[in-house]
Structure formats: C-alpha cells, structure tokens
Design a protein around this ligand. Structure first.
Ligand code: DGJ
Length: 744
C-alpha cells in the first residue's frame, strides 16, 4: 500500500540486499547478471511502477532515462519504459496484462509491494517450465498490488547465468469479492530504448514449417499469432529481435520463447517516442479467463535469451538451456536408436505378418527400433483410412488376430544385424507405435458413446478436419480416458517408443478460455504418462512440426520435424527449427526417392546426411524397395549416423550457410570438449561458375590443430575459421559431404 513517496522509499530501503551474485536488489534497483548479459529494472519511487532499464550486454550502473518531451497527447506512462505494463493509466501501448475487474472497469495499477530473492527456481505447478538447482539459477519474485481492485501479481524472474537466459512468468490473484477476467497476458514484456531493430520469426504451414523471415521493426505493431488452439505450423511461439546490423555470427540479438503448446500472440510495438515494446504471451482471442475470488491465474513461462554473437549465439544458448534445464526426459542427453517407421512405406495397409516381416528386413539393415504407425486399431470401425476408428484404441482383430502382445513379442525377438559387417549386434530390435490420443473420428465407438466429449459450441456445426474432431482434453473424464487408453496399450507388450500425433487444430471453442484449460489438461495427461512410463521414448508429432514447442519438449525429448521428408526442403525446415530448438530434439528420416510429396530425386547419401543432422535419425520406407545403389550406400550411412549421433545429441550446432541464402548450405557440430567436429556440406544446384565458397568453420580452438578426412590435412582452428575448407563439389545436383575433424 502506498500513500506517500516517503512510504515507498522506506519499503524499498528495507528490502534485503541479496547475497547471490546473479540477482541483486539495491533498494528498488534490481540487477540480474549472467555471464554475458545484464537485465536491470527499478521501482519508480514516485509511484511504485516498475521501470525497465537495460537488457543486453553487461553494464554496471543505472543511468537516467532518455528525455522525452511530454508535449502532445502522450505524457506520463506513455513515455516510460515499463516492466509490467498494465492498462488504463496513460500508457497507450499494448499491455502485458489486461483485466476486466469485477465492477467492469479495465484500469489496473500494479504497484511494487515487496520482493524476494530465492536460490534455484520454484516449479510452476501444472505447467512445463525450465528448472535447475541453486548453482544453475536464481529467482527474483516481485509482489505487486492493485489497491483499487484488490488484485495482486507476483512477477517472477529466473536467471540462468551460464546461458544468458531469463525465464519470466506471473501469477495474478483475485483478493476481491467478485470474479475478474484475464483478457490478455503476455508472459514476457520488455521496453527497449529507441534504436533500429529487426524481427526474425518462423512462419510456414503444413509440410513447410519454420521458414524464417526477417523484417524491420517499424512504427506501430509487428506481430503474429496462433489461433489454432495449439502452437501450430504457421508460426511458432518464438521470435528474435536483432540490431539491424546483426548477422548469423556477430552482433546483438534477443530471443523470446513461450513455454506453451496453445494459442499464442507475439507483438512488437514501436511507439512514436521510438521505444520498442517486445511482448510474448497468450493469444488474447483465446483468453478471457475467469478468476473467482481467492483464486489465481498463472501465465505460462517465457524464456528470453541475449547474445552478442549474433543469431547463432541466441540459438546455441537455447539449445544448451533446453537440453539441460527444460527437457526433463531421461533420453534427452542419450543417443537415440536408429528407427524405421512404417508410414511412408505401408500407410494403413498393415497387419501382424506384414509388420513382423518388415521388422525382420529392418533389423537386417541395422534398424534398432521398429515403429508401427497409423492403421493398427479399431473394432467396429477398423482404421483402414483416416475417416475411421480414431478414439477406439483396441487392436483391430483382423489385422492382429492375437492382439498386440504376441505380435510385439515376435518383433522384439529379432536380432539386429550390423549393415556393414552383416554380423549380429547381439541386440534385439525394439518396438514402438503411433497413437493420436486427443482426437476422434465421427465413425468411432467413442464418438457414438460420448458425442459431448468433443470441443463444440452449442448447436454450431462441428467442423471436421481430416475427418476428425478434437476431444476436449480440458475435461477430467477425457483426461482419464486418454491416460487409461494409452496405459492399456503400453501394458500390452514391450513398447519402447510412442509417436504421439495430433492432426488438426481446435475449432468451436464454447468459451475462448477452453483452449487454455485444454492445454493444462494435456500437460496433466502427459505428465502422468511420462512419469508412469519413464523408459518409453516419446516423440511428439502434429502433422509434422505443428506442435514443435518448448511446452512439449519439457516432457518429451523429441518431435517429428515435418511430414515433408524431401531432403532438399528439409534443409530449410531443419535449419529454421534450429533457430530455437536443438537438433538433438528433431526427428528426421530417409524416405524413398523420388520423394512422394515433391517428386524430387535425390541420392540415398544426400537424404542420409540431411536426416542424420537430427537427434532421432531413421528410415521411413520399405527396405524391400531399395534400389541396388541405395543398398550399396546404406551401410556407410548407418555407420556415419552412429558416429555423428553423440555430437548431435551433446554438441554445439553452427549454421555455416543456410539454403535460403546459399546454393551451398552447410552446418557444423562441435563436441562439448572441442576435440571433434562434423561438418555437413551440400550443393543444391549445379553451377558452372562460381564454385562453392570456402566453408569457414566455427567453434574450434583457434590454436589447436585438427585433422580432417576430406583432404587428409591437419590445420589450426584459426585456419579453418579464417581461410576455411573447400568441400570441392564436382558436377551434379543435390550433392553432400560429411567432413569429420579431430583434434591432433
Ligand atoms: C501425420 C503424421 O505426421 C505422419 O507422420 C503419420 O503418422 C500420419 N499422421 C498418420 O496418420
């Protein structure tokens, strides 16, 4: 409660100065310090508002704000850099928080009340979030109070100094006597000073996810959103801001990512005074969340990262942070089995004998995990095409007369053979399967029995997409149904892997907030199942990369990157995805050539190199249909995939050249200890001239010497970085080389 300036000052002066170096509070001046970042804000002693000061390269002092003339219509807060912008008190930019109070007014005044610095990071119950112990992370919680409306906010900042990353979230509590409604909640908001920025954002659609576009942040709003109920294919809850001169490897850049699988909204607003407000949070079209007296609303976490080493620096911070402090699955830091998925080879045309056969052929070429995709279930409505059986998770008796148990047992007794030596590896092939638990077909027993379990809005028609409807996972009975159905299948045999698919967006939400409740219900389901089956390798999928987001990566270690398996297209998709998510989390497969979607013909080696740049590498074809050339190329690809996988899982990733800008895209992985590196170099089209530019490598110790298997030379890290290495492509299209380097 603030009556006078005197009261505010005395509260601030009483604040404890924290012992931790990562966060200090000096009166009302808060400093968060990372290895290469400072984040500063303070309490305005005149009114108790929080004011942003700095987010960027290290600084040691608070400086007076810019002078902005208060003439014209916009004065007071319109010219402040605000840390938690609310609405209605002269700040006319987009707010981070917008509440309709119980009396119908929408003005909020969140003023500083107190703060606390906590070693480590408290979890956010029910939400996916980053985590770490006292040596990894420190948390600052600032309590704010709106005296007029009796609503409080706790604004939480956790800094991971090693990654130059700050996770922010907030919780609103209704202390009044009537309902309030949260209309807008941006988990991260920061007001940057007047400067020139670009925004770099992923965009796309099904089969061409994560293209990137870079555009200037100009006056007014620049933004994008998902209103699909999920993070979706069209955008991703992520963007970077960068100074206009920033490149892939130099200059200042900031990343913002929402740890959330639902609809979201990103907005960057440049005001007339030049200040740039960066916001990321829930989509306000899918919010309107009612909070009853005594209850709270929790905003999902957003993670911001700063780097002075360009876009690549931001990406590598996210990769390391997410592998070590977001994804909690035990397989995250483990090499992954090479898998074969039945989908592109067999589609719905599957049964136990055909699949045991396919598993045998797969094991003979070194496949370690056999995955049965769509088509295996349905009693009354056998899943013979995509309009039948979704929701009826019982093996189809015609395809599996003895059920799943004996069939899985037959598969998992097959020995895996090393493709190069033709000798048994001594291990048996593992088994995995596909499910789409959040969905239902009209043609299903489940829908006949529970038509009210789907998302629907009164008498409005229920819009079908891919002949299916979305179960309302916000309902406890639906959550229990999914947990039971999946558990029953996992208990029916040795299932080592699940591909959890989701093939449409949400429509007909009865209330906008149903989308928020759904996602929390989904997290409950996934949390329960991953805790119950910790040894299962879970792979997310949503018609490809439709839910490749940090929310699901908290529970599952990998995600299918795209339904487009054309290797040339995949280069763009995978490099775009790597802007934020680690390659170790991507699922990528070699499919047949010409590609079923694009009809492009590429060599097995080119397809193999593109796919093995991902943590989960595999094949998605019928081995029976491989040509002689492909059979000949296969053993080397399997060997290389095994060799490279530890670097993909643990190493640092560098985008040397992207397919959007160069005919010679290339990427590089460097092992954690810097002793090994793998470079993937590609030539897309043939050109008589010019030839491929030298590949200037990154991440090597400039003074150390490294041997490479391309020209058998040994050069210093400085030579590789500054002169580069020539991949020496000859004539041809869609060529690739894997160059291996070792410290000598
Ligand atoms: C969409 C997925 O992305 C594909 O990989 C495949 O699993 C199909 N669904 C099966 O219906």
């Amino acid at each position: 409660m603030f009556g006078t300036r005197q009261t505010i000052l005395s509260v601030l002066l009483a604040a404890v100065v924290a012992a931790q170096d990562a966060i200090t509070a000096n009166g009302g001046n808060f400093t968060l310090t990372g290895d290469d970042v400072s984040y500063l804000f303070h309490v305005d002693a005149a009114n108790g508002d929080l004011i942003s000061d700095h987010f960027g390269a290290p600084v040691t002092d608070f400086i007076p704000p810019a002078f902005i003339l208060g003439w014209g219509w916009h004065d007071n807060q319109a010219n402040d850099r605000r840390e938690f912008p609310d609405i209605g008190r002269s700040d006319i930019r987009l707010p981070a928080i917008h509440i309709e109070h119980s009396d119908g007014d929408t003005v909020s005044a969140f003023l500083y009340k107190s703060h606390e610095i906590i070693p480590g990071k408290p979890s956010i119950p029910g939400f996916p979030a980053t985590y770490g112990n006292d040596t990894d992370v420190t948390t600052l919680q600032v309590q704010l109070y709106d005296n007029v409306s009796d609503v409080s906010a706790v604004l939480s900042y956790s800094i991971f100094p090693k990654y130059n990353a700050i996770a922010r979230s907030f919780k609103i509590t209704n202390n009044g006597t009537g309902d309030i409604v949260i209309e807008r909640a941006a988990s991260f908001s920061f007001d940057f000073p007047n400067a020139e920025y670009d925004v770099i954002e992923p965009h796309g659609d099904w089969s061409h996810e994560m293209n990137t576009v870079r555009r200037k942040v100009d006056y007014g709003e620049t933004g994008f959103r998902s209103t699909e109920g999920y993070s979706g294919h069209n955008h991703n809850p992520f963007y970077m801001l960068a100074s206009s001169s920033t490149t892939e490897s130099s200059g200042e850049a900031w990343g913002f990512n929402l740890v959330w699988t639902g609809s979201f909204e990103a907005a960057i607003e440049k005001a007339s005074n030049g200040y740039v407000r960066a916001l990321l949070g829930l989509n306000s079209l899918h919010t309107s969340i009612k909070v009853a007296p005594g209850e709270s609303f929790q905003a999902p976490e957003a993670v911001a990262v700063y780097s002075s080493n360009g876009l690549g620096g931001v990406s590598r911070s996210y990769h390391d942070l997410y592998r070590n402090h977001l994804s909690r699955h035990q397989a995250t830091m483990e090499t992954r089995p090479i898998l074969l998925n039945s989908w592109e080879g067999l589609s719905f045309d599957i049964n136990d004998t055909a699949l045991v056969d396919l598993a045998g052929q797969s094991a003979d070429i070194g496949i370690e995990l056999f995955v049965m995709d769509d088509g295996w279930f349905g009693l009354e409505y056998p899943r013979n095409n995509d309009s039948l059986g979704l929701g009826d998770w019982t093996p189809n008796p015609e395809k599996f007369p003895d059920g799943l148990g004996p069939y899985i047992a037959d598969v998992t007794k097959i020995d895996v053979v090393n493709a190069s030596t033709n000798a048994s590896t001594g291990s048996q092939i593992k088994f995995g399967l596909w499910m789409e638990p959040e969905m239902v077909n009209l043609n299903s027993t489940l829908y006949n029995e529970h038509p009210d379990w789907v998302l629907h809005a009164g008498k409005h028609a229920r819009t079908l997409t891919r002949s299916q409807l979305v179960l309302n996972v916000g309902l406890p009975e639906v959550q229990n149904f999914i947990i039971d159905s999946v558990s029953k299948i996992l208990d029916s045999g040795a299932v080592s892997y699940v591909k959890w698919d989701n093939n449409r967006g949400m429509h007909e939400l009865a209330r906008p907030s149903d989308s928020y409740q759904y996602i929390l219900g989904l997290y409950h389901v996934i949390d329960t199942l991953t805790t119950k089956y910790p040894n299962v390798l879970w792979e997310g999928c949503a018609s490809g990369g439709g839910r490749f987001d940090a929310g699901l990566l908290h529970y599952w270690p990998q995600h299918w990157t795209s339904d487009n398996t054309d290797a040339a297209d995949r280069l763009q998709i995978q490099l775009g995805t790597s802007l934020i998510y680690p390659p170790s989390a991507m699922g990528c497969h070699i499919s047949k050539s010409p590609n079923g979607m694009t009809q492009r013909d590429t060599s097995f080696t080119y397809r193999g190199h593109v796919a093995m740049m991902c943590g989960s590498f595999g094949l998605e074809l019928n081995p029976h249909e491989l040509s002689e050339d492909e059979v000949a190329a296969l053993p080397a690809i399997m060997d290389q995939a095994h060799r490279v996988n530890p670097l993909v899982i643990h190493g640092s990733f560098y985008r040397l050249a992207g397919p959007q800008e160069s005919n010679w895209p290339a990427v590089q992985f460097v092992s954690q200890d810097g002793s090994q590196s793998a470079v993937f170099a590609f030539q897309q089209q043939y050109t008589t001239k010019p030839g491929a530019p030298p590949l200037r490598l990154q991440g090597l110790d400039p003074k150390a010497r490294y041997w490479n298997d391309l020209d058998n030379g040994t050069y210093s890290g400085a030579t590789y970085a500054n002169a580069g290495i020539n991949a020496r492509f000859e004539r041809g299209i869609y060529l690739s080389k894997l160059i291996w380097l070792e410290k000598r």
